[in-house]
Write a protein that binds this ligand. Sequence first.
Ligand code: UT7
Length: 331
Amino acid sequence: MLRKRSLRARIISTGSYAPEKVLTNHALEQMVETSDEWITERTGIKERRIASPEQTASDLAYEASKQALKTAGLKPKDIDLIIVATVTGDTPLPSTACVLQRKLGAKKAAAFDVNAACSGFLYALSMADSFIKSSAFKKILVVGTEVLSKFTDWKDRTTCVLFGDGAGAVIIEPTEEDRGIISTHIYSDGEFGDLLLVPAGGSSIPASEESVKKRLHYIKMKGNETFKVAVKTLENLVVDTLKKNKLKPSELSLLIPHQANLRIIQATAKRLKLPMDKVFINIDRYGNTSAASVPIALDEAVRQGRVRDGDYILMEAFGGGLTWASALVKW
Ligand code: UT7
């Protein structure tokens, strides 16, 4: 009997894009009662990128995807499936993935969106991994894109200092080599849904004059409670992911965490006893870009030469839902 070789999904290229406009902490000091010192100490953020009024989530996704396609030497028509992770899509209907499919001219590709907030990219990567392993698709474009600035209450200092806009993309394909996505892990707990949400604009509170007046279309977050759950959950997540793969923390070359708060990232690294030079950080330049944060960080790590063939890298994220997810990759 013929033994079927086991297929793995491999990330063959990455890309990212952030809008040109930079909003610094000092500029925020002119907008709300805050200070560069408070934001830097509590979050690690120094500046973030802000989309222009015309720019949408699919526009950012388009730029990141074009870069990933170019790096892979592929044409849009080579792509079989597009998965876009976002909570700030162009419109509730159609999906941002379908808008992206049209903009790219990726005629052959099926396309759909994933909503898992900041964990969205890793959820999408996990699905893409399964599609590759089942041989359903051969070339998959996975994108995380957010225009959080358009859902930010610029009068609320507890949230407006945190978020930024951007997009990151990867292309994955099957390989029979001993490399690629080793394992993915996705989790959720809807009990904590009220910690981080946009209350209106859905079927629960449809858009109305009142919902707009009450500022219910903006992101609300119970920051401190979210922080505590995030630290505990992520510490357990990274330990479990390594344990399931019988890997020691010292065998990891790079941790690529979701960039929500530098203190959360430091706590996760400390739990693994990882030196901070094995942790990728760009929160100072982008803030929290939700589903875009991990793929932007991955793209920068690759372009900076911090990911080499054979390296084990661990990606993790935590966000609204609540959701959390990880992916272990052998590059
Ligand atoms: O990506 C998805 C998941 N998101 C996260 O994981 C984010 C989790 N949360 C956080 O990162 C942190 O909780 C924050 C950065 C949002 C807040 O930091 P904190 O250390 O938890 O501060 P806090 O909310 O307990 O607020 C401390 C104080 C409060 O004043 P009082 O009550 O002590 O007088 C706030 O009103 O800081 C005040 N404060 C601010 N002060 C200056 C809150 N926001 C600001 C601000 N500037 N922007």
